[in-house]
Design a binder for this molecule. Structure first.
Ligand SMILES: [Zn+2]
Length: 177
């Protein structure tokens, strides 16, 4: 699978509501955080779009955020749903939202990892960001739990990303407020 195989699903395709406030990051990021949604796993495009609307409603109405929190969400059907996209500041990793992008895998990965294909899609998204100059080539990947007390992104997904070439070993330094 090459990066050309990425199946991006635009906000209008998944039926996104309009964002509230929008803030952009002005520099390429050197941190990528991996999350899981801890909600449904989706295979078909239709299921994924429906789940995206559920997640966006949850983030906007219950959490009170401006939009779905993550920059991208990847389903086990291999779709890449556009959340805040490459340059918008998200609501995903407390203290790091202005200097990182977040990719969330749809599902719960405590008992099992995502499929190989899904993991490849996540890496392809990151590679695409590097190729487009949105992520620095020397970037580090972390799991949400590396900087916050949380189970996210699930034990099994966390174990996988810690073995990736770009996995950060030392915890990342918190950016100045
Ligand atoms: Zn998380």
């Amino acid at each position: 699978m090459s990066r050309d195989d990425l199946l991006f699903v635009s906000r209008s395709e998944w039926g996104a509501r309009e964002s509230r406030e929008i803030h952009h990051m002005d520099k390429p990021v050197s941190l990528v955080f991996i999350h899981h949604t801890n909600m449904k796993s989706c295979m078909t495009l239709e299921e994924g779009c429906e789940e995206m609307r559920v997640i966006q409603n949850f983030h906007m109405d219950d959490r009170g955020w401006d939009d779905v929190g993550y920059n991208f969400l990847v389903s086990e059907g291999g779709h890449v749903f556009i959340g805040r996209d490459w340059t918008r500041v998200g609501a995903h990793t407390y203290g790091f939202n202005r200097v990182a992008i977040a990719i969330s895998v749809m599902g719960n990965f405590t008992e099992r990892p995502p499929s190989e294909r899904t993991l490849q899609v996540v890496q392809n998204v990151i590679n695409s960001g590097v190729a487009q100059g949105k992520i620095t080539p020397d970037y580090k990947v972390y799991g949400h739990r590396d900087v916050r007390e949380t189970d996210c992104p699930g034990d099994k997904l966390y174990a996988v990303i810690k073995a990736w070439e770009h996995a950060g070993q030392e915890p990342p330094e918190k950016p100045a407020a």
